[in-house]
Design a protein around this ligand. Sequence first.
Ligand SMILES: [Mn+2]
Length: 260
Amino acid sequence: MPEFDHALIISDLHLTAAYPFTANRFVDFCKNEARQVQAVFIIGDLFEFWVGDDAHLQTPFNQDIAKEIHALCASGVKVFFIAGNRDFMLGEEFKKMASWTVLPDPSVVKIGHQSWLLSHGDMLCTADPAYQLFRSFTRVPFFQYLFMLIPSQLRQKLGNRLRSRASIKYQQREYFDPIAANLKGNVTLDACAKLTEDYQCPRLIHGHTHRPGVQKEQLGHQSWTRWVLSDWDLDHPEMKPRANALLINASGITSIDLVN
Ligand SMILES: [Mn+2]
């Protein structure tokens, strides 16, 4: 893994043709902010959902996103991708089109003479054992092989149903038991302590929880700092628009607001 003097990190864009303002902001980002750095790390949930390249690469919307990433790479910027829980089925076809480099979750990268531990963040949500169980079997290559044997239209339907059931479940949980919902939807100190210790890196960056900010945390003898990215949403005028990136360079790490 090469070292970079400066890089941008983004996550949870949840791109879909249904949300054009958010998608346009990403296209703009690829043409502007991203061209000012040596590398861009997309750390999961670039897409709202992805059930296989064959199911999504037919649509011009997804082709255009791949082309924008490709153009960014062709301009000399390295683009890296860590899969999220919505788009871990992004595959070889997309990779070829976008010419990005796929990294495992988590990965330690060197930017601005420091090491940073990057993860999507869903693996850290260990207060939700049902999700962790789902996660563990859906990441097995043999499960993914079997899943890909299902016709793509049916996979799209399954993906859609899973996505809407998850959001209904989340809303119900939020309504009936907001404290549990708050805990289950967030990372745990235990998981963060273990990860930062295992990878010997006290600077952790993740997305997934949609709770942007920075916290200094400690558990036992292990202490670390945790930066959380926001999700991107510029398509719901009833809510506060959101889109941020973390910029890392020789002078440290800064959150950049991309809403404008
Ligand atoms: Mn996620």
